[in-house]
Design a protein around this ligand. Structure first.
Ligand SMILES: Nc1ncnc2c1ncn2[C@@H]1O[C@H](COP(=O)(O)OP(=O)(O)OP(=O)(O)O)[C@@H](O)[C@H]1O
Ligand SMILES: [Mg+2]
Length: 453
């Protein structure tokens, strides 16, 4: 998949954005420039979140976080968020992500047995919760009492018993309410889905803003694309779009409280932050497999790629009787990358790889923690790109030049092409050195534009 064009009429700092990324350009590496605050990171994160998260419900929270305060103008019932043109093989695909309010839904042809007031994007999260609830009646009852009974450990069993008794009628009401919901929400959701399907609008997710429910729908202007096709395209895209950025970056797709952690006051007595932004970021990373922060912990990834190469060689031996050459190849590439430092895996008595060391030309052993920030960053990028699926990926990289010497900033364009030749790269950058490795037409700019050098 190759991203040909992105349009964002109005999202946070981004206004009337319309950028093309020509597939015929060689290489398909596109620096994205602007002054500070021009919206480069915002744009990369918006592209990533929409294309990586839309097809997976467990990632929808990141879309909702990103859109947190985005509203629809009062006199309208929709707002175009982003439009993408992509190309997959020979096929051009157009996707429009648009936000809609409940007024829009209420104009649709929904089964009249449902009260119009109930027709709302707000029912979709409820519907998902109901459909995915696999608890037995006994478990539901237990959860109800657990949630409502005072967990004060000083309460005697008798006092607890009395509380349960008092809550019994509350539980009956709760179950009645639940029964009603089960009888209405899923059929209503089905009826809304049906109307959206007729309009070829694929429901992605919904969120709430100022107590109003807002839905994100995806439409393809390709006349032949049904909602099923759109879902299939989003599923492919979710595997082929990647984002990497510095760990100290503000990620708009994290929840509000996590973003605030970066700016919290320190607990002076204990000399540390009470909550930890990094651990929240790690949690998000677990749910976003295509997201990498450039941190210095590339060693695990290097070890796993050496192990993989060794296992593949062994597999070749088992299958064909001849050992493969992947291990030799990866070691040669790593040695070239480390420019004069020879990479050596460390083995335990069972030949498991436990670490790596680097040997200088003077035979001095250097450990990963002795490498420079720039060396580690280059190593991280190399290993990450090598781990991506083969084929055409859309790779978004923010502040790629940080920690790299100007010569390496220039060189990184050639490196990216060598390390993942079929990928398309979109690089948010301030580096003139990096841009100079390409033609001026490769360089895409957001307002306020870079001042000519
Ligand atoms: N809701 C909003 N509406 C308009 N502008 C906003 C909104 N929220 C944040 N901004 C502005 O968006 C800018 C942040 O944009 P972003 O981080 O994408 O810029 P950038 O080009 O990546 O900058 P840098 O080069 O410094 O990393 C800031 O100037 C911020 O004030
Ligand atoms: Mg930025």
């Amino acid at each position: 998949m190759h991203l040909l064009r992105v349009q964002v009429p109005d999202f946070r700092v981004l206004k009337d954005i319309d950028i093309t990324f020509e597939q015929t350009f060689n290489p398909t590496v596109f620096p994205l420039g602007s002054l500070n605050g021009g919206g480069k990171s915002t744009l990369l994160q918006l592209i990533f979140v929409l294309l990586h998260c839309s097809a997976h419900s467990e990632r929808h929270q990141f879309i909702a976080n990103m859109l947190e305060r985005v509203t629809i103008p009062e006199d309208e019932n929709s707002k175009l968020l982003a439009r993408f043109e992509l190309i997959d093989g020979d096929e051009k695909i157009e996707l429009e992500f648009t936000l809609y309010n409940d007024d829009y839904l209420r104009q649709l042809d929904i089964d009249p047995i449902f009260n119009k007031e109930m027709v709302s994007f707000g029912i979709f999260p409820k519907n998902e919760r109901l459909l995915s609830d696999e608890r037995s009646d006994a478990e539901i009852e237990q959860d109800f009492y657990d949630a409502n009974i005072d967990s004060d450990p000083s309460l005697s069993p008798r006092e607890k018993q009395a509380m349960m008794k008092a809550l019994a009628s509350g539980f009956d009401k709760y179950m009645e309410e639940r029964k009603k919901l089960i009888a209405t929400i899923p059929p209503l959701a089905k009826s809304i889905y049906k109307s959206l399907t007729i309009r070829k609008q694929h429901y992605v997710t919904s969120y709430s803003c100022n107590d109003n429910a807002i839905g994100l729908l995806c439409f393809s202007s390709n006349a032949n694309k049904s909602t099923k096709d759109i879902k299939a395209i989003l599923t492919i895209l979710s595997k082929q779009v990647f984002l990497s950025a510095p760990p100290t970056q503000i990620y708009l797709f994290l929840d509000e409280s996590t973003k605030k952690l970066l700016f919290k006051k320190r607990d002076v007595k204990r000399n540390r932050w009470i909550d930890n932004y990094e651990s929240s970021l790690d949690e998000a990373k677990n749910k976003l497999p295509n997201f990498l922060t450039f941190d210095v912990f590339a060693v695990d990834a290097v070890i796993s790629s050496i192990e993989q190469a060794r296992n593949q060689d062994f597999k070749s031996f088992v299958d064909t009787g001849t050992n493969g050459t992947r291990y030799q190849k990866i070691m040669a590439e790593l040695n070239l990358l480390m420019q004069g430092k020879k990479v050596l895996p460390q083995l335990d008595e069972n030949a498991a790889i436990t670490g790596i060391v680097f040997k200088t030309n003077d035979d001095i052993e250097i450990y990963p923690e002795d490498l420079s920030h720039g060396e580690l960053k280059r190593l991280s990028i190399y290993v990450w790109l090598k781990s991506l699926p083969k084929g055409e990926n859309i790779v978004l990289m923010d502040e790629i030049e940080n920690a790299l010497h100007p010569d390496w900033q220039y060189q990184i364009v050639r490196d990216l092409v060598e390390w993942g030749k079929d990928n398309q790269y979109i690089l948010a950058t301030h580096s003139y050195g990096l841009c100079e490795a390409l033609t001026p037409a490769h360089v895409k700019e957001l307002e306020p534009k870079l001042i000519p050098h």
